[in-house]
Structures are given as structure tokens and as C-alpha cells.
Design a protein around this ligand. Structure first.
Ligand code: FAD
Length: 557
């Protein structure tokens, strides 16, 4: 009798598993059971379909049951919901949602890929007809149809994570007014505080009303559904539709009820071949744990990359009994927000400290390619590393161009457990249109090396105590706005004006981004000033974290 492989969930992880299983085992019977009406659709494209960039629904459908049958001999059954696993009988049972009929199917190997479900707060009116989620094709078509029928002028988006930000941009493309609400102190909570203001500024530049530091408290409904969103701080936002994007929870009910082990992260625990605590049952995708590439611990990282790769491993192992091991995951992610992109990999600075690393960070704000070549734009890059051994723990970047390749390079380095010294040595492709001979990544590595070797003493923006606060930028920059209490000696005059400074007083200095501050610090240190600190990221970073004396310009960003 041929092997029977049953897959629950027919999108990213499930369909990767099913097609890989077929390529490994031509004889197996492979059945995919999918609750929804579609298989293998592009979740990541849904916001862009709503915004109109992707115009046809068909473009979102990567494949269809008919094609799966024809090319892969896979029996993909849509509108089939699995409700129970009987591990001793090795069967799954459920309901055909189209006919209402119950079904039971035997399996030799079962692959669970049921994904995750959006978090829905238990508050009144949450199920009103104008409150939406965005997870499935069905959700998306519902929002699209409702918008076409009701032509709303205003939407409130709750949650400014990746999906919330993408939806804000896409609804603005539809010329709607958008209020974006985030409970955390800044948008994109995955991003450390120092970089988020660039994204917030970009949102405001595109007239998104942004509210941070306050979460959803209540939804007030009238005749036509929710008409007002009330926040925890009492603010009331009149609105015509609400979109919830406050995170996801892994779909583990089936696994839990079948007695499979659920990990501490809340997702299904799996081994390196994606096997659950029952060796005949595999799990992959948002419902399953992955091993974090930096901490080595099991975590949840609900992203398309790990879902596709680990689904493929599960499919191969289930169908053939062997496969490569699934790799660890640094959690590399990127989002576009109008003209900017924000990307992360590995751990942020505070997450790294919380995980027990002696974490420090280097900030640089270089141009994305050679400054003399037209079109160079500034990017903001933060590199997180361990002071003890120089291991790179993470990176975060915001910019108009070139953010993706820098973060991908650091993700690769993290995979190989590389250090800041490795990063400083990387031989990267360079011509003026693409980068600089000293790439932004090299610059970040150099700063990190200087900090770690004690060549520069860099401090995070914050109170300076009794230190003299010294602005080493030009008089014009100083006049335009500086940190409260700072005096000005431009770096190019410093050697001739050393006599104006007290060698016995500690000095905290800064420039615009940190580079001139570093030069000034070296001048002072080598002239007998013993305790000189350079503010990381310069005025560009400190200007939104420390008190500013503003003169001509309204914002340091
Ligand atoms: P899913 O793709 O959610 O598939 C699970 C399927 O299982 C669902 O279709 C569900 O109906 C089915 N199912 C569940 N329970 C049952 C059951 N009991 N019986 C039968 N079927 C069941 N990630 C990125 O990396 N980059 C992005 O840009 C990105 N953008 C995104 C944008 C949006 C709007 C969304 C919603 C997600 C985005 N993601 C992105 C996340 C990414 O889509 C997910 O990480 C990925 O789809 C997870 O794959 P999965 O197979 O585990 O789950």
C-alpha cells in the first residue's frame, strides 16, 4: 500500500510540504485539507491588492487545486476543515464546509501547517460589519467589497506593526484618511526606539494621523456599524471602518487536543526535521516553533520565509524518511512605508540584553551609495554586537534605498555566527551607483570595533550629569538647533582652542551623526583629556531623545 500523507493547511508551509513530498515520493497519496476557499495564495500581497497596486485577484493565487492535481498529483480539498486528530487510529476527521458532510481520513504521516490567527480583543462591537481582519483571501475580498460598496473616507488601523503600516500606506493610496494607532511608544515595535522616528516622520509626511502610546479601549457603534474608536487615554476617533492588526496567535488547538507537545512560546514544539512529539506528525509555519539563530532557543517567528523553508523540510522528511535539518532563524524582516524601508534581523539592543548578552550598539547614518554619484540618500543603520567576543547579534536599518541588502548581509553573517571583525572584512560589491568603497556595513563595523577596543568611548543619548556638553558641529548647525546646555567649538577649530576647555572636567561631545564627534574625541584624548564621551548617532539620534534648544529649524530629523 502506498504511503498516505495528509497535510492540514494549504498555503505557505502546507503547500511547500505537499509539493516537496511529491518531488521526493512519486507513489505517495498526498491530500491537502484547507479550510478556506483558496490554496497557496500570497498573504504578503494582500495589502497591495487592497491598495490597488496589485489589480487582479488572480495574481494573488500562486496555484489552484486543478493545477496541483495536474502537475503534482496532489489532491487539494478546499473548504475542508480538520477538527480532530486520532493518533492511535492515525486518522484526521473534520467537516466539508461546502456540503456539511463529516469526513475521516487515514494517514501514515500527517503534516500540520494551520498557520496563525489574528489576535481579536474581546470587546463590544468587535464583530461589527465594518471591523476587519486581514489574514486570508476571504478577509481581503470582504474588505475590498465593503470598501467598494460604502466608499469610506476614513479608516482607523489598530496596530502599527508590519501589516498595519502596509495597510496605512495602501489606504492612503486609495486617498482615504487614515488614523494609525499603536499601543507601544513607537511604531514598528520590532525596531529599536532610535530608528522608529524616521518611519513616523514618513507616515506624517504622507498625512497618516499617528497615535502612539495608547491602545484600543472601546468601539462605539451606531446604525452603520462602528462609528467611533475610543483609546485607553480617552481619545475618541470618529471613523467609518476599523482594521485590526495587533498580532497573531499560532493555531495549536488541533495539536493541543491531540496531546502533542506545545512549546513555551505557545507554538507546536518540533525537532530539527519538523517532527512533533509524535514522530508521525510534523508541523511547520506560523503554528510551529523555530530555533532563534542568536539565542538558540525555541521561539515563534511568524514569517513567510521560515514557513516555506520548514514546510519543505517537513514534506521531504515525511515522504522519504530523511532530509537536511531545518536551520535556525534570525527573524529577518522588512517593510516598505511610502518612500522608506525598515528592516531588522537578529536581536534588537534591549532584547539582546534581556537575553543575557553584553550587548552594545553602533549607529551610523551614511549615504546609501557614493556621495559624489547623483541620488545618494541617507540611511540609518544600527549594529548590535556582544562586547565580550564581538559576535554580531542583530542589525536594524531605515532608509530609502539599500536597506534590504545590508540587512540580508548581516542576516548571513549571523547565520555563520560572525563577528564585527568579520563584518569589517567583508568584500562587498562596489561601484558608485551601488555603495561605497567603505560600505555602510563596514562603517558600522568600524564604529563597533572602535567602541569595543576602547578607541572611542561612545554613550547612548541621555542625561550627561556634570559633564561639559560640547557640540563640535559648525556654528551654523549649532545655531539651527542643539542639545540643551551645549557649547560650540567646531571640530576644525578644536586643536587651536584647547585652552578654552578644562582638562579636569569630563566632556560629553556630539556632532551630527557621530563621525566628527569621534574625530574630536580622538583629538581631545590625545591632548590629555581623560574622560571624553561621544554621543552615539550624534544630534540626529540624540535630537529626539534629549532636550533640544531649537532655533531656526523645527526638527532635527
Ligand atoms: P498560512 O499561510 O496562514 O496558512 C495556514 C492555512 O491553514 C490557512 O489557509 C488556514 O485556512 C488553514 N487552516 C487552519 N486551520 C485549519 C484546519 N483546522 N483545517 C484546515 N485548514 C486549516 N511574512 C513575510 O515574511 N513577509 C511579508 O511581507 C508578509 N506579509 C504579510 C501580509 C499579510 C497581510 C499577512 C496576513 C501575512 C504576511 N506575512 C508576511 C506572514 C506570512 O504570510 C505567514 O508567516 C505565512 O503565510 C505563514 O504560513 P503558514 O503556512 O504557517 O500559514
Amino acid at each position: 500500500m502506498n504511503m498516505r500523507i495528509v497535510v492540514v493547511g494549504g498555503v505557505a508551509a502546507g503547500m511547500s510540504a505537499a509539493t516537496r513530498a511529491r518531488r521526493m515520493n512519486e507513489q505517495a497519496s498526498i491530500i491537502v485539507l484547507e479550510r478556506g476557499q483558496y490554496v497557496s495564495f500570497a498573504n504578503c500581497g494582500l495589502p497591495y491588492y487592497l491598495g490597488g497596486t496589485i489589480q487582479s485577484e488572480d495574481k494573488l493565487l500562486v496555484t489552484t487545486p486543478a493545477m496541483l492535481r495536474k502537475r503534482f498529483n496532489i489532491d487539494a480539498r478546499t473548504r475542508h476543515e480538520v477538527t480532530r486528530i486520532d493518533r492511535s487510529a492515525k486518522t484526521v476527521s473534520g467537516v466539508n464546509l461546502a456540503t456539511g458532510e463529516a469526513f475521516t481520513l487515514p494517514y501514515d504521516k500527517l503534516i500540520l501547517a494551520p498557520g496563525a490567527a489574528p489576535v481579536v480583543p474581546p470587546i463590544a462591537n468587535i464583530d461589527a460589519s465594518n471591523v476587519f481582519l486581514l489574514r486570508s483571501m476571504e478577509d481581503t475580498l470582504l474588505v475590498k467589497r465593503w470598501m467598494e460598496e460604502n466608499s469610506p473616507a476614513h479608516a482607523t488601523i489598530i496596530g502599527a506593526g508590519f501589516i498595519g503600516l502596509e495597510m496605512a500606506e495602501n489606504l492612503r493610496h486609495r486617498r482615504m484618511d487614515v488614523t494609525l494607532v499603536e499601543k507601544a511608544p513607537h511604531v514598528l515595535p520590532q525596531l529599536d526606539g532610535g530608528l522608529a522616528p524616521y518611519i513616523e516622520k514618513e507616515l506624517r509626511r504622507h498625512e497618516v494621523q499617528l497615535i502612539t502610546g495608547s491602545g484600543l479601549a472601546a468601539l462605539h457603534a451606531g446604525e452603520r456599524g462602528v462609528s467611533c474608536v475610543e483609546l485607553e487615554d480617552g481619545q475618541k476617533i470618529p471613523t467609518q471602518m476599523v482594521l485590526l492588526s495587533i498580532g497573531v496567535r499560532p493555531n495549536v488547538k488541533l495539536a493541543q487536543e491531540a496531546g502533542l507537545r506545545i512549546g513555551a512560546s505557545g507554538a507546536i514544539a518540533v525537532d530539527e526535521f519538523q517532527r512533533t512529539s509524535d514522530p508521525d506528525i510534523y508541523a511547520a509555519g506560523d503554528a510551529a516553533e523555530v530555533i532563534h539563530a542568536v539565542t538558540g532557543k525555541p521561539v515563534r517567528i511568524p514569517l513567510a520565509g521560515p514557513a516555506n523553508r520548514n514546510g519543505r523540510i517537513a514534506g521531504e522528511h515525511a515522504a522519504s524518511g530523511s532530509s537536511p535539518k531545518s536551520g535556525s532563524v534570525p527573524g529577518t524582516a522588512i517593510v516598505a512605508v511610502f518612500g522608506l524601508s525598515a528592516a531588522v534581523t537578529g536581536l534588537g539592543e534591549s532584547a539582546a540584553r534581556a537575553a543575557g548578552f553584553d550587548a552594545d550598539a553602533a549607529y551610523v547614518h551614511p549615504l546609501h551609495h557614493a556621495g559624489y554619484y547623483p541620488g545618494a540618500l541617507q540611511m540609518h543603520l544600527k549594529l548590535i554586537y556582544d562586547r565580550r567576543d564581538g559576535r554580531v547579534l542583530g542589525a536594524q536599518a531605515v532608509g530609502a534605498h539599500g536597506v534590504d541588502k545590508r540587512i540580508d548581509a548581516v542576516a548571513t553573517l549571523i547565520h555563520f555566527k560572525g563577528t564585527i571583525d568579520d563584518l569589517a572584512e567583508l568584500d562587498l560589491a562596489y561601484a558608485p551607483q551601488f555603495g561605497s568603497a567603505k560600505d555602510p556595513l563596514h562603517m558600522a563595523a568600524f564604529v563597533a570595533q572602535n567602541q569595543r577596543r576602547g578607541i572611542t568611548r561612545a554613550v547612548s543619548p541621555g542625561p550627561v550629569g556634570d559633564d561639559l556638553l560640547l557640540d563640535v558641529r559648525t556654528p551654523a548647525e549649532f545655531a539651527a538647533g542643539t542639545l540643551e546646555g551645549a557649547i560650540n567649538i567646531p571640530v576644525d577649530e578644536l586643536r587651536s582652542r584647547l585652552g578654552e576647555l578644562d582638562r579636569n572636567r569630563d566632556i560629553t561631545l556630539f556632532c551630527q551623526v557621530g563621525l566628527r564627534g569621534y574625530v574630536a574625541q580622538r583629538i581631545l584624548q590625545q591632548n590629555g583629556f581623560r574622560n571624553v564621551k561621544n554621543i552615539k548617532g550624534g544630534f540626529l539620534l540624540a535630537g529626539h531623545l534629549m532636550p533640544v534648544r531649537q532655533q531656526k529649524q523645527p526638527s532635527p530629523l
